[in-house]
Design a protein around this ligand. Structure first.
Ligand SMILES: Nc1ncnc2c1ncn2[C@@H]1O[C@H](COP(=O)(O)OP(=O)(O)OP(=O)(O)O)[C@@H](O)[C@H]1O
Ligand SMILES: [Mg+2]
Length: 259
């Protein structure tokens, strides 16, 4: 793919197979076995034939209703979820904050989780030690909480540490799925500033958020997804405006017929 691209998505489709057996009885199982099927499944098409390029240095916002496929797309870009069809190519080191605190061990302290995260991402001891203090300082938890087990944290404290870890990895590509929703106003401002700093360093950021003002403020491009398909791709203000209309009256743009 061309050097200027951070992410290239080519005709991507992602399907989930869901086991729809509600009654797991022997009788049902035998009936299905006699018909030659083992489990009854339903397929959900979470992403349908998505194609797009994202140049390095972009700050992309993704909006769309619950279940639109936003998190699925993020997991797929992160390499956690393989495409059912099509291809995703990523050029650079990725750091993700996909769901709050996923990847943290609840029994360990925030500090120990940061150290583990550092080890997992291949940093050496000296790097980790210098980073740990920096991350803990940025997270700025109330007194002593950084050394308490993560299970004792509020969602906002969790979010603070997770965000601090994600941005400290100095990624080329940062994926944030609802990452800013749990923080209070003061941390939100701090994380916005941090993201602006990362943008200035020409890093690529993808933000999924239902906070449309955030998308408007931070992004230079936005896409609106609906039922796994791309509805609109453009300037955040224009995309957010159309999406808001859709939320109010439920109609898709007239030039969009592929539903
Ligand atoms: N692990 C899974 N197994 C089966 N189906 C799934 C799974 N994860 C998501 N889905 C389905 O895929 C579709 C897209 O879900 P996804 O989580 O990507 O939506 P989303 O846009 O992130 O929604 P939200 O705004 O609620 O976070 C939905 O229909 C959902 O039910
Ligand atoms: Mg989601």
């Amino acid at each position: 793919m061309p050097d200027n691209l951070a992410i290239r998505i080519e005709d991507l489709s992602i399907k989930y197979k869901i086991n729809v057996d509600t009654k797991r009885t022997l009788k049902n199982a035998l009936m299905r076995a006699s018909k030659g099927e083992l489990v009854r499944t339903r397929t959900v098409e979470a992403i349908k034939h998505l194609t797009m390029d994202l140049p390095h240095g972009s700050v992309l916002g993704i909006v769309g209703a619950n279940g639109a496929g936003k998190s699925t797309l993020m997991r797929s870009i992160a390499g956690i979820l393989p495409p059912t069809e099509g291809r995703i190519t990523v050029n650079g080191k990725i750091s993700t904050l996909l769901a709050l605190g996923v990847g943290f061990n609840p029994a360990l302290s925030g500090r120990d989780n940061i150290i583990l995260g550092g080890l997992a991402s291949g940093m050496n001891r000296a790097e980790i030690e210098s980073k740990t203090d920096e991350i803990a300082q940025f997270a700025d938890l109330p007194d002593g909480f950084i050394d308490m087990p993560v299970r004792t944290y509020s969602s906002g404290m969790y979010g603070r540490v997770a965000f601090s870890v994600a941005v400290s990895m100095k990624p080329d590509i940062l994926l944030l799925d609802e990452a800013l929703s749990a923080g209070d106003a003061s941390f939100k401002e701090k994380s916005f500033n941090k993201m602006r700093e990362l943008c200035a360093e020409a890093r690529t950021i993808v933000i999924v958020s239902h906070a449309l003002a955030t998308i408007n403020d931070l992004c230079d491009r936005a896409i609106w997804m609906n039922k796994g398909s791309l509805v609109q791709d453009g300037k955040p203000a224009a995309v957010v405006e159309e999406y808001l209309k859709f939320l109010k009256v439920g109609t898709l743009p007239s030039n969009y017929e592929d539903m």
